[in-house]
Design a protein. Sequence first.
Length: 103
Amino acid sequence: MHVTLVHVHVVAERVDDFIQASRANHEHSVQEDGCLRFDVLQDPADATRFILYEAYKSPEDAAAHKQTKHYELWRDTVAEWMTQPRRGEPMLGLCPCLSKDEE
């Protein structure tokens, strides 16, 4: 399982807009064939900080996500709302394990 933790820091005035745009990206992303999980998380101590938890079956599936229209729309929409560039942290998903049918 290929996982990326995407760290995002948003300007305070655009938090609600960021959530709305990210919800739309989430709703489309979870329908992608290779997507196992796509969570939008908000820091309870700082409402301007988010982590997107993206789990795909393979690195190729994660790369295909970045070619979708919904990702490109999200990327272009939220870019100016960030206080700094988003940071993707690649991880290897160990548990839960994929079943033979999901591999």
